[in-house]
Structures are given as structure tokens and as C-alpha cells.
Design a binder for this molecule. Structure first.
Ligand SMILES: Cc1cc2nc3c(=O)[nH]c(=O)nc-3n(C[C@H](O)[C@H](O)[C@H](O)COP(=O)(O)O)c2cc1C
Length: 246
């Protein structure tokens, strides 16, 4: 048994501009299904694209004059921050955009600077922990990134995302499920293949709910592509050909 002794609250921040049509959410939903099958829990999905988010003005008041609080109150960010603080498991589900997170999620991330401790010129920690330090440290909470991308080379294309989250959260304080080729897998509408592929994410969700983590090998095995190099190329060529003529 990990975490608090209460029914778990799971918050999903869906950062795909495609909202409910997100292919990343197909993976995330399989993971959530597994979690729920292992232990009933409350799941809330927020489509970040549908939120009203005023961009961070860079005033840094949340580190000084109003320490811990953002001065912007007339949009949806405070509500999201409260939900993050109230959740046991936070999942950011997003497509890889230009080797980073999509703009909508970056807008939200910037506005959550109040969740980091004030920077006072200290040296970055050498043990891999969060550069700024987290204002609301809670070792019971779990943070998971679920992301999909087009390139098969997950070990390269996520370098920036990994650096960013290592510096924000600390190296080993979040979990990564990065999956290539998923949009194509969804597009080809082969239900059997898709369902077979999703099984391991359902299983991973169960494991996560049971023990509260996924080890490095499990995270790596979840990054295996659904297609061989040759088959993937054929599907992509076909897709772009059809796109031209539609
Ligand atoms: C603006 C944009 C930028 C993208 N940049 C990358 C990228 O840098 N690397 C990559 O592998 N895929 C990239 N992709 C592909 C998406 O990450 C991929 O199709 C993803 O699975 C879509 O997920 P979604 O359906 O949840 O939005 C990009 C797609 C768009 C629209």
C-alpha cells in the first residue's frame, strides 16, 4: 500500500490541442483503465486547450511580494493548481511538439512557477534533485508523463523534455511513458492490433496502482514501437499520399 489511506484521486492534464481526439490519450486511457481495474479511484481529465490561461507576465511576484501565489486570479490556473495539490497521481498526457511540450501545456507550466521555491542564486544541486526545489513537497504524490511522438527514436527526441522535467521535478521523481508511432497505429483502424498493443499499458496501470511506481525497465519496454521500420514507412508514405488527394 502506498500513498495516503484514502481513495486515490487521479488528475490528467491532457495537453494535446486535439483534446478528446488525442492519440496520446488512447495510451493514457489504457493506463487509466488498468489503474481503475486494480483499485477504484477518482479520475478527472482536464483538456488544457479548453482552459482560459493568461500567459505568465514574468513579474515574479509569486517568488516575492505574493510568495507562493500568482497575482493573476481571473483565469482557470488557480483552479488547476488546487486540483494538482489535491491529487495523489498527476498525469501530463501530451504529444511531442518540436521536441518539447505543446504550447498550451507550456503556458500552464509557466503559470505554475509559484509551485517552485524562490531562486536566490544557489548552485543547482548535484544529486539530480529539483533545481529550484518544490514548494509543496509531498512524497506520497506521483507524477507521470505520458507522451507520444511520430519519430521512432524515443531515446533521442525526448532529450529536451527529459532535461526540462529533471530540472523542474528532480531526476528520479517522476515516471516517463514515451511512445512512438501511436497516431499511425490509431489512424490505420486495425482494432485487433491496437487492442493488443494497449494491453501492456493496461497492465502497467495496474502495476502502478499496486506498487506506486514503474521501474526503468518497465518504462523502457513501454517505449517500444508498434511497427517495424519498413512497415511504418509504408504507412506514412500512404498516409501523406492520401492526404494530398483528399
Ligand atoms: C506542431 C507539431 C510538432 C510536432 N513535433 C514532433 C517532434 O518534434 N517529434 C516527433 O517525433 N513528433 C512530432 N509531432 C508528431 C506528434 O507528436 C504525434 O503525432 C503525436 O502522437 C500526436 O499526439 P496527439 O494525437 O495526442 O496530439 C509533431 C506534431 C505537430 C502537430
Amino acid at each position: 500500500m502506498w500513498g495516503n489511506n484514502r481513495r486515490k484521486k487521479v488528475l490528467v492534464l491532457n495537453g494535446s490541442p486535439k483534446q478528446n481526439k488525442s492519440s496520446t490519450m488512447v495510451i493514457t486511457n489504457a493506463f487509466l483503465q488498468g489503474m481503475k481495474e486494480y483499485e477504484d479511484c477518482d479520475i478527472e481529465v482536464i483538456n488544457v486547450q479548453s482552459l482560459h490561461i493568461i500567459p505568465c507576465t514574468g513579474c515574479l511576484s509569486c517568488w516575492g511580494h505574493t510568495e507562493g501565489d500568482c497575482v493573476i486570479k481571473n483565469d482557470d490556473v488557480l483552479k488547476v493548481k488546487e486540483k494538482i495539490l489535491d491529487s495523489d497521481i498527476i498525469i501530463e498526457s501530451f504529444p511531442l511538439f518540436f521536441f518539447g511540450m505543446p504550447g498550451v501545456l507550456k503556458l500552464l507550466t509557466d503559470r505554475l512557477l509559484s509551485m517552485m521555491l524562490t531562486y536566490r542564486g544557489h548552485k543547482p544541486p548535484e544529486d539530480g534533485s529539483s533545481f529550484h526545489g518544490l514548494r509543496y513537497m509531498d512524497t506520497n504524490k506521483r507524477f507521470i508523463l505520458i507522451s507520444t511522438c511520430a519519430y521512432t527514436e524515443v531515446d533521442k527526441v525526448y532529450d529536451s523534455v527529459i532535461s526540462e522535467f529533471d530540472y523542474i521535478c528532480g531526476k528520479d521523481s517522476y515516471f516517463k511513458i514515451f511512445v512512438p508511432q501511436v497516431k499511425t497505429l490509431v489512424d490505420i483502424k486495425n482494432e485487433n492490433k491496437l487492442n493488443r498493443f494497449l494491453t501492456k499499458y493496461i497492465e502497467a496501470g495496474k502495476t502502478f496502482m499496486e506498487i506506486g511506481y514503474l521501474d526503468k525497465d518497465q518504462q523502457a519496454s513501454l517505449s517500444k514501437p508498434p511497427f517495424s521500420e519498413g512497415a511504418y514507412k509504408i504507412f506514412l508514405d500512404q498516409f501523406w499520399q492520401e492526404e494530398k488527394t483528399r
